[in-house]
Structure formats: structure tokens, C-alpha cells
Write a protein that binds this ligand. Structure first.
Ligand code: NAD
Length: 437
């Protein structure tokens, strides 16, 4: 039996800070409070609902994950946020239009007390937005220092033991990693000189790491996914993860594509289109923000299907992703997928998927799990990129030179095996050795 990793207990309170107090963040906060008050169940959350099999099947040991690993309890979570729009969480939730009034009424007092701190915001990185609740400072370094102060003040005011930061703000315009992102030294110099390559999300990530708070990136912009900040995470012993919550269409893609490949069926093309009417849809209507999202959504199929190993089946498939801003649909995105597959003797077949999903309803439990697992990772001394959290992301961060793993079921196995490893349990290989001589 492997020995368990020493893990600091989850005593005291855990702060969860979100840059962004929009649809995802308010749905997450309202949901956690609704669960705490006994009005809802944590559907969609592994940390709250999933079990984990331990040992041999015959042992019949399958505890809840939250009873197996020492996670912070929902009762110990305190929320805070930054947003350029000054609305409190209740007003922001109403604007987002995800939850109905009956559900909001049950937590209205709680939500209205959550007011966003002034954001580090620059409209050049999110062109469709503007808001007055914004920090002022002559350099990006000064702005980032103000974020650090916010984290310290939030911690002190709420008597918190630990803080986790989860990026739930808008998708920023596309930035190609360059020189200033390569080392911490170059990055910090670029903060001083107000280099355009330093986006607000990177300042939040830098501030979080400097305050020893794990940083999770729910959007596809780079934020913590640059070598400079990975260097900082390792130096300070802080876990980081990203990018881009894996919710609607891409989640299904990473379920269906492994199934096609498992049966050695070919793929001629995959066309995905969406209509989306929330503020996220509006931001993504800007080609520069969409480019960031598109890159994230396009990457999954190649790594799952491995055309380099199976050129006959997957060499030249066509993959198209579209998002169209259509206000009447609100947060209830509708996605269509047309998948052209190829079978025995080259006969073509088609799969059509019409997914009427609710974006923030799918994303909220991921925010909760990421916050709790990142806090666990930190207490267990895990630092830098947390690949075992790839399960939650469309474009999982990996160490330099490694291919990310996109297959949802491999990601799930990796997540659960990491938990088993932490607690000194055997990894599960699904190989029933007792049947073999
Ligand atoms: N909902 C999903 O299923 C899903 C899936 C994957 C990724 N995401 C990403 O999550 C993010 C949040 O989505 P949403 O639907 O809540 O969007 P939203 O537009 O409702 O909320 C985003 C909020 O971020 C704020 N913001 C923008 N720049 C900021 C900054 N620099 N600092 C602080 N706040 C800032 C905006 O004012 C807005 O209130 C988006 O980037 C989206 O692409 C969402």
C-alpha cells in the first residue's frame, strides 16, 4: 500500500474570490447558499455528490469523495468578487437571467450583501464592455499591488484561513505568448512599463500567487497559462489550473469523440454551431474575443483522435466551430453538432446533437469543485499546474512540451487516481489480476 501524503486539515474558513461577478459567478454563489439553506442539492458537483471506488471490487468500498479526502465544507466558504460593473450579486444575477425569481428570493439577502470590489479592467481587452467600478493607477504593477491588498483585506475582514481565486470574468482578446511572458523577471518589468502584452487577467493571477492563493482560470484567455506565472506558482508553492470551463458543447465533444475512436470509426467532419444571448455571447461576438474561444474549442478533437497514429481514420477531418450572439436566447444556449462519421467499407453516417443547455447551470458546480480541489491541493503541498484538474477544462494546461489530455473519461480516471494516491490507496487499473495465472 502506498503511504498517504500529509495534508494540512481544512480548518478555518475558505475565501473564494472571483474576478467577474456575472452569470457564472452569481449562479455559483446563489447555488452554494441555496444548498447551505437546504433548498437545493449540489447536482453536477463531484466534490459533493460523487463516490470513489477503493480497493478491489469485492471490498465494496465506495465512499463519497468529500468523506474520503479532507475538503473544506460548504459552510466554511466566504465569497467575494471584483467587477467593473458595480452591481451587487443579486442585481447581477437578475441581469444574467439564469435563475428565476423564486430561487433568487430564497437567497436574496445573502446575494445583495456581496458587492464587487473595483476591478482591474481595460476595455481594450474586452471591447464590448465598460464599467465605472475600476481601479486607478499609473502602472500595471501598481494595479496588481492593489489586488494583493484586496486579497489581504478580504482575508482579514472575514477571518479567513485560506483564499482561492477562480477567474469568472469575460474572455479577453487573443494574445500570443511572447518574450515578456517567458520569465518572471521579464513579466514584472513589463508590468512596470505597462506593456500591452500584460492583460488584466495576468495581473489577477500574479496577485493571487503572490498572496499564496491558488488560481483557476475559467476562461480561455492566457491569464496564468504563461511560463512567467508558472515559475511564480512553483516558487511560492501554489497550485494553478486552466483554461476555460468545459461545460456545454465541448464537454459533449469529449464524451462522443472517445466513443467514435474506441470503435475505430472514421471521422470526415464535425460542425458545431451555437446561439447564445447572454453577456458572454455579446463579448464573444467581438472577433478578437471569439478567436480566443475558438482556439480553445478547436483543440480537443485532434488530441483525442490522434490522427498521427490513425491517419486512415482521422487525417483530414474538417472541424468548424461557430458562436452566434442571439439575444432572445439569454443564458440558455442552443448548440447543434453535425458529425460525419465513416464506417465499414467506407459507408458514411451522421450523428446530430441538439443540446439545449444552460451555460451557467453547467459551469457553477465546476467553480465549486475547482475551488475545493485547488484548496485541497495546496494543503497537500501540490504546486504548479494541476493536470489532474484537466477534467474541468476545455484547454487543459500542461507542462511545456506535453500534449493535454482531453478524453473526459481518462481525465476522470486521472482525477480519481490522484485522490487515491493522496490518501495512500492503490490506483485502480480495472485489470482483474485475480483471473490471470
Ligand atoms: N458558462 C459557461 O458555460 C462557460 C464555459 C466556459 C467558459 N466560460 C467563461 O466564463 C466567463 C464568465 O462567463 P459569464 O457567462 O459569467 O459571463 P458574464 O459576462 O455574465 O460575466 C463576466 C463578468 O466579468 C466582468 N469582467 C470583465 N472583465 C473583468 C475584469 N478585468 N475584472 C473583473 N471583472 C471583469 C464583466 O463585467 C461581467 O460582469 C467568460 O469568460 C466565459 O467565456 C463560461
Amino acid at each position: 500500500m502506498p503511504s498517504p501524503t500529509p495534508i494540512r486539515p481544512a480548518t478555518g474558513r475558505l475565501g473564494v474570490l472571483t474576478p467577474g461577478l456575472g452569470a457564472v459567478a452569481t449562479t455559483f454563489m446563489a447555488g452554494v447558499e441555496s444548498i447551505r439553506r437546504g433548498h437545493s442539492r449540489p447536482i453536477g458537483s463531484l466534490t459533493q455528490m460523487a463516490t470513489i471506488r477503493l480497493g478491489k471490487r469485492t471490498e465494496k468500498r465506495s465512499p463519497l469523495i468529500k468523506e474520503f479526502v479532507p475538503l473544506a465544507s460548504l459552510d466554511d466558504i466566504v465569497f467575494g468578487a471584483w467587477d467593473p460593473i458595480p452591481d451587487d450579486a443579486l442585481t447581477a444575477a437578475r441581469t444574467a437571467g439564469v435563475l428565476d425569481e423564486r430561487d433568487l428570493a430564497r437567497v436574496a439577502d445573502f446575494l445583495s450583501a456581496i458587492r464587487p470590489m473595483p476591478a482591474v479592467f481595460d476595455n481594450r481587452y474586452v471591447t464590448r464592455l465598460n464599467g465605472p467600478n475600476v481601479k486607478k493607477g499609473n502602472t500595471k504593477r501598481i494595479l496588481a499591488e492593489q489586488l494583493r491588498q484586496d486579497i489581504r483585506d478580504f482575508k482579514a475582514a472575514n477571518k479567513l484561513d485560506r483564499v482561492v481565486v477562480v477567474w469568472c470574468a469575460s474572455t479577453e482578446t487573443y494574445i500570443v505568448p511572447g518574450e515578456v511572458h517567458q520569465t518572471l523577471k521579464a513579466f514584472e518589468a513589463a508590468m512596470e512599463s505597462n506593456d500591452d502584452a500584460v492583460a488584466p487577467s495576468m495581473l489577477y493571477a500574479w496577485a493571487a500567487l503572490m498572496e499564496d492563493a491558488p488560481f483557476c482560470n475559467g476562461a480561455p484567455n492566457l491569464a496564468v497559462d504563461i511560463p512567467a506565472l508558472q515559475e511564480l506558482a512553483l516558487a511560492r508553492g501554489v497550485p494553478i489550473s486552466g483554461k476555460d470551463f468545459k461545460t456545454g458543447q465541448t464537454w459533449l465533444k469529449t464524451v462522443i469523440a472517445p466513443g467514435i475512436k474506441a470503435r475505430m470509426l472514421g471521422l470526415a467532419g464535425w460542425y458545431s454551431t451555437n446561439i447564445l444571448g447572454n453577456r458572454d455571447g455579446e463579448v464573444l461576438d467581438d472577433p478578437a474575443s471569439f478567436k480566443t474561444k475558438e482556439a480553445s474549442k478547436l483543440s480537443v478533437l485532434h488530441t483525442i483522435l490522434q490522427p498521427e497514429l490513425y491517419p486512415e481514420l482521422y487525417k483530414d477531418f474538417s472541424h468548424v466551430v461557430r458562436i452566434n450572439y442571439y439575444p432572445p436566447r439569454g443564458d440558455n444556449k442552443e448548440g447543434w453538432d453535425n458529425i460525419d462519421i465513416v464506417g465499414w467499407m467506407n459507408y458514411p453516417m451522421q450523428i446530430k446533437v441538439n443540446f439545449l443547455c444552460r451555460d451557467s447551470i453547467l459551469a457553477a458546480p465546476l467553480v465549486l469543485d475547482l475551488a475545493l480541489f485547488s484548496d485541497l491541493a495546496q494543503r497537500a503541498g501540490m504546486k504548479g499546474i494541476q493536470e489532474w484538474l484537466s477534467f474541468y477544462y476545455k484547454s487543459p494546461m500542461t507542462a511545456a512540451g506535453l500534449q493535454p489530455e482531453h478524453d473526459l473519461f481518462i481525465q476522470q480516471t486521472k482525477l480519481k487516481n490522484t485522490l487515491r494516491h493522496l490518501m495512500g490507496e492503490e490506483q485502480i487499473t480495472h485489470l482483474g489480476l485475480e483471473y490471470y495465472p
